[in-house]
Design a binder for this molecule. Structure first.
Ligand code: DGJ
Length: 328
């Protein structure tokens, strides 16, 4: 296989520090700095003032019919991306109000957080739903600190449209976009948010029309915008598909499967959730995915892999282990 763009180094040197091993081990158990398994599924990462914050779904307890009780949204912090400190449940389930979007019997998935420089607020969007996934809404919460607690502001169907799997993307010009599976998951919508990032401003485009894609993860490099997705397949892995555009609002061009090599037909047994730009290294991006264990969701794993980008071409190859030195 020929790697393009970043020319990812083939040799992965494992760097050790006093604190531990500095390497990613895709698909293996990942412990936080307290030695507990990281519980941050369907997650996303915010970089703010030198610190990365990883937000995700807390999953613990028993999986019943492919479901676990809603516990809330976790936040972990890190300066090096390898070692993560648990910062707490920043948007806990609401236990005393069964009608709340955040009641333990509901679903809250795929949280993503961006910082609004104008309002100086951290804004989280997440998919909120009933267990039967029929309510299909996007919830929003805010905090004046990255580590929360986040204040839940309510939910909506963006521009009146269903919203299931979602992600956020913040552009260089300060505009932010909510990207979500809509129209019974047939088609994805990209909805521009208002200046406060608290609601859609009505500008919207449709992408992957009639393609049944979900698990969106967006990033930008050198004026090209990329959107990686999975097939709608429940908790099962599927082949990824990406599209490219010169603006978030399109027009988008469907490309193909960004993953290459053995296992690429099932995204190396994982499902996309986010693309993490490595701070201070232009062109260095990490593909973040969940390797679901449908029979025991809390025992799912993370698959983080380096992305190689060259013009319109995105490539993601499997590595048993790697570290940031691959971004030469
Ligand atoms: C696939 C989605 O990507 C997940 O976030 C979750 O909603 C499952 N479907 C539920 O089956």
């Amino acid at each position: 296989m020929t790697m393009v763009g970043w020319g990812l180094a083939n040799v992965c040197l494992e760097a050790r520090t006093a604190e531990g091993v500095n390497a990613f081990h895709p698909g293996k158990a990942w412990l936080d700095t307290d030695g507990k398994p990281i519980s941050a599924f369907g997650g996303g990462v915010l970089h703010h003032r030198g610190v990365y914050y990883w937000f995700g779904e807390i999953m613990d307890g028993k999986t019943i019919k492919h479901d676990v009780a809603l516990r809330g949204i976790s936040c972990y912090s890190s300066r090096d991306l390898y070692q993560w400190k648990y910062e707490g449940n920043v948007l806990p389930a609401v236990k005393n109000d069964p009608s709340s979007d955040l009641a333990p019997g509901k679903v809250a998935e795929r949280p993503k957080v961006v910082y609004n420089r104008r309002t100086r607020q951290f804004v989280m969007w997440l998919h909120v739903d009933r267990r039967d996934y029929k309510s299909a809404r996007a919830g929003v919460a805010v905090s004046d600190r990255p580590t929360g607690p986040y204040r839940y502001m309510g939910s909506c169907r963006p521009n009146g449209a269903q919203s299931r799997d979602l992600t956020l993307f913040q552009d260089r010009d300060g505009k932010a976009y909510l990207i979500f599976a809509s129209e019974e998951n047939r088609t994805m919508h990209i909805a521009q948010l208002d200046a406060d990032y608290l609601k859609p401003d009505g500008v919207v485009t449709r992408v992957f029309v009639d393609q049944f894609r979900e698990a969106p993860a967006a990033f930008e490099y050198q004026g090209r915008y990329f959107l990686i997705t999975s097939k709608c397949a429940g908790w099962a892995p599927s082949a990824a598909l990406y599209a490219v555009a010169t603006s978030m609002l399109g027009p988008w061009k469907t490309m193909g499967n960004p993953t290459v090599g053995p296992g690429s037909d099932k995204t190396f047994n994982s499902q996309s959730t986010y693309v993490l730009p490595v701070a201070g290294r232009p062109g260095a991006f990490i593909f973040m995915a969940d390797r679901w264990n449908p029979n025991n969701l809390p025992d799912s794993r993370y698959v983080w892999l380096p992305i190689s980008v060259h013009r319109d071409i995105v490539q993601i190859a499997w590595r048993d282990q790697w570290n940031l030195s691959v971004f030469k």
